[in-house]
Design a protein around this ligand. Structure first.
Ligand code: AMP
Ligand code: GLY
Length: 424
């Protein structure tokens, strides 16, 4: 079967690596891909939001399955686009339709969904420009810190944690009346701050059955010791030691089952991944957010721990037979260290030549923001490479990934040397 994978980040590199190992995979195409994905398949120069171009390519190349990496095409309805076209509707798309993608595309939708299904989450209320005054009043009673979330997709920037009431009121007004995050902040969810430690739980579902993929912890801040600005993710670790069997049982019973059942009850079709961002508050799980896709850089660690044929699992999702498929998970520990461009997450340097990847032997170097320039691999994005290793224990994994990241060089590169060390 020929497979078309959409996206160009570290997540898609890890998918491509895993998919290319499957005996069920014929040709693998990655649109648009990066300098590294050519090791696993053929890059195709089509944007992930060019639905017509993607459809045409899928027909011309006898694609039997489309796997969607990022959220944007899902929220914009790529799955619906395929289903709505007579010639395309037989090609399974992994990733929910527009309605299910609202779990990520609208925080207001996802909060209301959690409330309807009694899924534990922070108390919250949604406000618009017309209810700004009521928003101010709610803020005054909400306690501090308080969390403001733009309703729509805001490239990971739409969440503000405010420490004072003045700051919260100012920001709420900025979001609602001055469109601080554009259309995304025409509605704002005001939410109680949850104290705890975060982790990412991943569920694969065919809409009827589900499988729980390895959980992971993601390190979002740019600086060591979890300091400084938020980024797209500086590293990840899987498994997460505090997510023991007792905790994961609570997650399954209180969050995963009600989520999958809730989608069914509301007749929301869903074939794809549900990424549940959780806060562990003294051993109790609370949902921070849903995403309608896998995480990055969590996928890099998660894929390395899956022993089963991933294409077989994807077929189970497509065909509604996920319950008949086998998911085996390595007991080893995966660690990922992301190397970013100097300046990231602010303005960053581009077009620097990368050297030393060939010196890495004990980790896989997944590419993210890279391109080829002649014979050279150059940097084109903020998050450039993800160095992922699989070792017998957490300590060895962390040491190995960090040591291997140091074997790579370009002008201005940066990575955190403390990924995962808080878990030891
Ligand atoms: P989100 O875009 O929903 O992932 O939020 C970004 C980050 O903000 C999360 O990864 C958390 O670290 C933090 N955050 C979001 N909601 C809350 C909350 N209710 N309490 C504490 N931290 C939060
Ligand atoms: N690592 C967090 C995300 O993918 O949104």
């Amino acid at each position: 079967m020929n497979i078309l994978l959409l996206g160009s980040g570290g997540r898609e590199s890890a998918f491509a690596w895993k998919i290319s190992q499957s005996p069920k995979c014929g040709k693998l195409f990655i649109a648009p891909g990066n300098a590294g994905t050519t090791q696993y398949g053929q890059n195709v120069n089509i944007k992930v939001t060019d639905f017509a171009g993607i459809g045409e390519f899928a027909l011309e190349n006898n694609i039997g399955l489309v796997l969607v990496g990022p959220e944007e095409p899902l929220v914009k309805g790529i799955h619906d686009f395929f289903l709505g076209d007579e010639k395309l509707k037989h090609i399974p798309v992994i990733g929910p339709q527009k309605e299910g993608a609202q779990l990520e595309g609208s925080k207001d939708f996802s909060k209301a969904f959690m409330q309807r299904h009694n899924i534990p989450a922070a108390a919250s209320k949604t406000f618009t420009r017309d209810t700004l005054q009521a928003g101010f009043e709610y803020l005054a009673t909400a306690g501090l810190p308080v969390v403001l979330k733009a309703d729509g997709l805001a490239a990971g920037k739409g969440v503000l944690i405010c420490l004072t009431l003045e700051e919260a009121q100012l920001e709420l007004a900025e979001m609602l009346t001055n469109a601080k995050f554009g259309d995304a902040s025409s509605k704002v969810v005001v939410e109680q701050f949850l104290q705890g430690i975060e982790l990412s739980v991943f569920v694969m579902t065919d809409g009827e059955h589900y499988k729980i993929l390895p959980e992971a912890k993601d390190y979002k801040r740019i600086g060591e010791g979890d300091t400084g600005l938020n980024t797209g993710g500086m590293g990840s670790v899987s498994p997460v030691p505090f997510a023991d069997a007792a905790f994961m049982k609570k997650v399954e019973e209180r969050v995963i089952i009600p989520t999958v059942e809730g989608l069914k009850k509301e007749n929301i079709p869903y074939k794809g991944f549900i990424f549940i961002g959780l806060m562990n508050c003294n051993g109790e799980p609370y949902v921070i957010e849903y995403n309608c896709r896998m995480g990055d850089p969590e996928t890099e660690s998660v894929m390395r721990r899956i022993n089963s044929d991933f294409v077989d699992l994807l077929q189970g999702v497509a065909e509604g037979s996920l319950d008949k498929k086998e998911l085996t998970i390595s007991a080893k520990t995966a660690a990922t260290v992301v190397i970013v461009a100097g300046g990231y997450p602010g303005e960053y340097l581009k077009n620097r030549v990368i050297t030393g990847i060939e010196n890495v032997h004990e980790s896989i170097v997944f590419h993210a923001g890279t391109s080829m320039q002649g014979e050279d691999i150059i940097t084109t994005g903020g998050r450039v490479l993800a160095v992922t290793t699989l070792q017998d224990n957490l300590f060895n994994a962390l040491q190995q990934a960090t040591a291997d990241a140091s074997r790579i060089y370009w002008d201005g590169m940066y990575f955190r040397r403390d990924i995962g060390f808080d878990l030891l």
